[in-house]
Design a protein around this ligand. Structure first.
Ligand SMILES: [Zn+2]
Length: 258
């Protein structure tokens, strides 16, 4: 068992990663470089000093306001940092200091960025999903955590199954429910985690998406055609698979028999 100091350090490193992911979430859909310029306030464009850019801590010290213009810093920034820190810590606790941990952390980072961009803009950027598919396959070959075959079949099943669902949905309802971005995202998940994961992810995302999406539609009765982005459910389900996949599948199969 790692010491409290190690775990705190891992969590804080995760928060720093989250701080970078916040930058990606804001800039990627706007076609801005994620490296230059350094962080700036979206209200007054003043660049943010390193001591004001500490994850979580700076938000608390500045009480959620820009030092220059006192403009509000969105609560999503500390949320993204804490969320990434929490997921980093959870992965570390499950997989320990290993290459598998780093590999899954890269996947989780991609999923976090995709989730927030999809919520904000209803798009899943190809600049993440397409290199993500290639990187997932390369890591499967290099790391050997899943076989090359599982990874390749994962890409095909992930891309193919969701493509069929999207096509069927459109044919039935005459409106577009899922974008091509979702198809590429599930192919990416298949590349990293194997085809078994894509089936689980699609099933679990549809289940949670129906429950939560149904609830949201009931609450806002006016606009029933308000399409809920599916990407966040796919991302959440892939993370659920990483942590609880085998147990959930086992539980479901036993539940089905009784
Ligand atoms: Zn400002």
């Amino acid at each position: 068992m790692a010491s409290g100091f190690t775990l705190t350090f891992v969590f804080l490193l995760g928060c720093c990663l989250g701080s970078f992911l916040n930058v990606c979430i804001y800039r990627l859909p706007r076609d801005l470089s994620v490296i230059f310029p350094s962080s700036f306030c979206p209200h007054c464009q003043a660049s943010i000093r390193p001591y004001d850019n500490m994850p979580l801590v700076s938000y608390l010290i500045l009480r959620g306001k820009c030092r220059h213009c006192r403009g509000k810093i969105h609560w999503r920034y500390p949320l993204g940092e804490a969320l990434t820190g929490g997921i980093t810590l959870a992965l570390f606790l499950k997989f320990g200091p290993s290459w598998l941990f780093f590999s899954l952390l890269v996947l989780a980072a991609g999923l976090i960025v995709i989730t927030f961009i999809d919520l904000d803009h209803r798009i899943i950027p190809d600049v993440i999903s397409l290199p993500g598919i290639a990187l997932g396959l390369l890591l499967a070959i290099w790391g050997g955590w899943i076989s090359i075959k599982d990874s390749l079949v994962g890409i095909l099943v992930g891309g193919g199954s969701l493509y069929i669902v999207a096509w069927g949905y459109e044919a039935l309802t005459k409106r577009e429910g899922m974008g091509g971005g979702d198809v590429k995202l599930l192919a990416m998940i298949g590349a990293w985690l194997g085809w078994q994961a894509t089936l689980f992810t699609l099933f679990f995302a549809s289940l949670t998406g129906t429950i939560i999406g149904g609830g949201v539609m009931l609450m806002q009765k006016e606009d029933r055609h308000y399409a809920i982005p599916f990407g966040p459910f796919l991302a959440f389900s892939a993370l659920a698979y990483i942590f609880f996949g085998p147990q959930l599948i086992d539980w479901y199969l036993r539940w089905g028999k009784s």
